[in-house]
Design a protein around this ligand. Structure first.
Ligand code: HEC
Ligand code: HEC
Length: 346
């Protein structure tokens, strides 16, 4: 009887350890990866134990992705039996969002580094965040954006499709997208989802990820490394208007830097009244206009309009988006004032 129990135990033990070897073997049976750089970040994260985002789709349709790109850049497109209607008569998405990387190093969110990079690459210094990597974000309209959009952000913060709809209707002062238009933009985002090669990973870090996938080692470490190598969400702090007592009116500000802001932010929208009645060029007239209104707390003061933007009203739906602190620093606003002072020949 004793022996029988012993045999049984040995048998069970053997079975269990056999199962172990088996399942371990199965896990190691992953084909070696030729080029870890070409893999989708989301899919690698998933293989390492993270949940897929709720907007995950396996693949994209190239034709639809192209329609999405056209909607983003031009505001309307045709697709199959659908003929496009303009999303907004005031803005295109690209008036407020770039489509590419905004700093040399992806996770560097410093507004001054962003300004320099954008200005060098002839890209606008926008108030909205770039669409680069947006498919990999998990939260939208963060922090203070609820102050601007109220309850509208509730459904948009964790769902990319709703974030798009909120922006099409409210940020762009347009309309809700048709389902095919929304799909098209999602396919464009999917097409441009992050690949391992988009992250600033060193050779040995890529190796770590590869080994985690192929051999199941250091998976947690690899996942953490990935998750800290891109921007999962963009933060936004609304500072309100700087009180008059604290304004330096450009004193000690960097004129050259201010010029970069003026040209890649203000003139991007205001030059020749592109999206607004207010015409701003790099001439003395524009300089004087802004300089003369610098005091006080209304829309015409740069200190106020940068931090509050303006609000769309019935019959006048074009408005200016505000710059949170993360997108324009207080120092940068002073640099801008220093340039405006020079422009106004004061
Ligand atoms: C007038 C400016 C403006 C226009 C036009 C605009 N947006 Fe936005 N959008 C913003 C701002 C500001 C935010 C706030 C969050 C951020 O981008 O940092 C935002 C946020 C978003 C977000 C969430 C991003 C995030 O990381 O929080 C999506 C998605 C989005 N917009 C899509 C679009 C699409 C698609 C269009 C065109 C149909 C568009 N937007 C047009 C200003 C604009
Ligand atoms: C995304 C486009 C955009 C950008 C960028 C932008 N503006 Fe505007 N701005 C507007 C729009 C639209 C209005 C609303 C005016 C209207 O009703 O046509 C406006 C309004 C203003 C007003 C108030 C005008 C009034 O009569 O109330 C000032 C001043 C102003 N902008 C200055 C600036 C400065 C300075 C910058 C650079 C930091 C800048 N804007 C960047 C689009 C923009």
């Amino acid at each position: 009887m004793k022996n029988l129990i012993l045999y049984l135990l040995v048998f069970v033990f053997a079975l269990v350890s056999f199962g172990f070897i088996f399942s371990d073997g199965a896990q190691r049976d992953i084909a070696p990866i030729d080029d870890v750089r070409s893999l989708s970040v989301i899919e690698v994260e998933h293989a390492l134990g993270k949940e897929l985002p709720n907007h995950y789709q396996k693949s994209y349709d190239p034709e639809l992705a192209e329609v999405g790109e056209q909607l983003i850049k031009e505001g309307k497109a045709d697709y199959k039996e659908y003929s496009g209607k303009i999303i907004s008569s005031y803005f295109n998405c690209t008036d407020c969002h770039n489509l590419v990387k905004e700093t040399e190093e992806f996770t560097n969110l410093d507004p001054q580094d962003r300004l320099e990079y954008l200005s060098e690459n002839d890209l606008p210094f926008t108030a909205g965040s770039t669409f680069f990597g947006i498919y990999n974000r998990s939260r939208f309209y963060n922090d203070d954006y609820y102050k601007k959009y109220g309850d509208l952000v509730n459904d948009a913060q964790d769902t990319l499709a709703n974030a798009i709809q909120l922006c099409a209707e409210y940020c762009a002062s347009g309309r809700k997208l048709e389902q095919w238009e929304l799909n098209a933009i999602m396919h464009y985002y999917k097409k441009n989802e992050l690949k391992i090669s988009d992250l600033d990973l060193k050779e040995d870090e890529q190796k770590l990820i590869q080994l985690a996938l192929e051999e199941g080692v250091n998976q947690k470490e690899a996942l953490t490394l990935l998750q800290t190598s891109y921007v999962d969400r963009y933060h936004a702090t609304f500072t309100g208007t700087k009180p008059e007592s604290k304004r330096k009116y450009g004193e000690g500000g960097n004129v050259e830097n201010g010029e970069k802001i003026y040209k890649s932010a203000c003139m991007y929208c205001h030059e020749n009244s592109r999206v607004t009645y207010l015409n701003l060029n790099d001439d003395v007239l524009s300089g004087k206009y802004l300089w003369n209104h610098k005091e006080g707390y209304d829309d015409l003061s740069v200190y106020q309009v940068v931090r509050w933007g303006t609000y769309p009203i019935i019959g006048r739906k074009q408005y200016m988006p505000l710059y949170p602190k993360e997108k324009m620093s207080h120092d940068q606003v002073e640099d801008l004032m220093a340039y405006i002072k020079k422009l106004a020949r004061k």
